[in-house]
Design a protein around this ligand. Structure first.
Ligand code: BGC
Length: 270
């Protein structure tokens, strides 16, 4: 995909969990569209630095920053670093997330707490810091007609219940209500908050669901489009939601799922 380098020119973006999977795809696309990007990572500094180097080689601007998004101090230090390096923030992509799967009765409190704190509390902490800066700075008409944009990475599981993944599905359901409540509160200040709900995208998080022919065939039964998504499918949606092309879109979830939420079992049943 070729993006116009003018689309997000002069905009400063932060992508949490930007060193792999969907986050990495979003980082690369935002940079290609002209944004300066902070690549947040939790543990893989080598991967994050490699992405930063590649962006710089292509004349883009990027820095890597280690932070655990579930820790308030880490998040505040990350925003402080971003403001020091880039001056401000225009685009937050709340992407960091993980799974700790277990049958419900065997799920430990640690498994529950970890998933809720990274996937949901992490998005809250980052959205709050970004929103404070959007309100302080306000609209800069040469940069964007919004005071700021937040994109929350949700999942089809904000809608589809998921046995064996109660912590994860709950975190995503929470993201939906958090996103819409923030959007309602901050829309008058020209802040836009939206979610992307990916379906099955080929990344490390769901490797076991596609890395054997049997698993892939089973997964494809859930996808009317009959293909597993790739990170570019999500990155294109993120660039659009970050740009002024979506200026009248606020408080919405864009499902990018090949039709997974269309109840494919009903195509021949019911
Ligand atoms: C999960 C993946 C899963 C997909 C579709 C995503 O949110 O992280 O593991 O394959 O939803 O079920």
């Amino acid at each position: 995909m070729v993006y116009s380098p003018y689309l997000l020119k002069g905009q400063k973006a932060l992508v949490t969990g930007g060193s792999s999977g969907i986050g990495e795809g979003v980082v690369r696309a935002l940079a290609a569209a002209g944004a300066s990007v902070v690549v947040n990572y939790h543990s893989d500094s080598e991967a994050a630095e490699k992405i930063v180097d590649e962006i710089k080689l292509a004349n883009g601007e990027a820095i890597a920053f280690q932070a655990d998004v579930s820790q308030e101090d880490d998040v505040q230090a990350m925003f402080a670093k971003m403001f020091q390096e880039f001056g401000t923030i225009d685009i937050l992509v709340n992407n960091a997330g993980l799974q700790k799967d277990s049958s419900f009765v065997d799920m430990t409190l640690d498994q529950w707490n970890l998933v809720i704190s990274v996937n949901l509390t992490g998005q809250f902490l980052c959205a709050r810091e970004a929103a404070k800066e959007f309100l302080r700075r306000g609209v800069q008409p040469r940069i964007s007609c919004a005071a700021g944009k937040i994109i929350c990475m949700s999942s089809v599981h904000q809608l589809i219940p998921w046995a064996g993944h109660v912590n994860y599905a709950t975190s995503k359901g929470g993201i939906d209500m958090m996103m819409r409540s923030i959007a309602q509160e901050l829309a008058p200040q020209k802040i836009r908050v939206n979610s992307i709900a990916p379906g099955a995208i080929k990344t490390p998080i769901n490797k076991s669901a596609w890395d054997t022919p049997e698993a892939e065939a089973k997964l494809l039964q859930l996808i009317p489009a009959n293909r597993i998504g790739n990170t570019e499918d999500i990155a294109k949606a993120a660039v659009w939601l970050a740009s002024d092309d979506s200026d009248y879109v606020n408080g919405t979830t864009l499902y990018v799922d090949g039709g997974m939420t269309l109840y494919p079992g009903f195509a021949t049943g019911g």
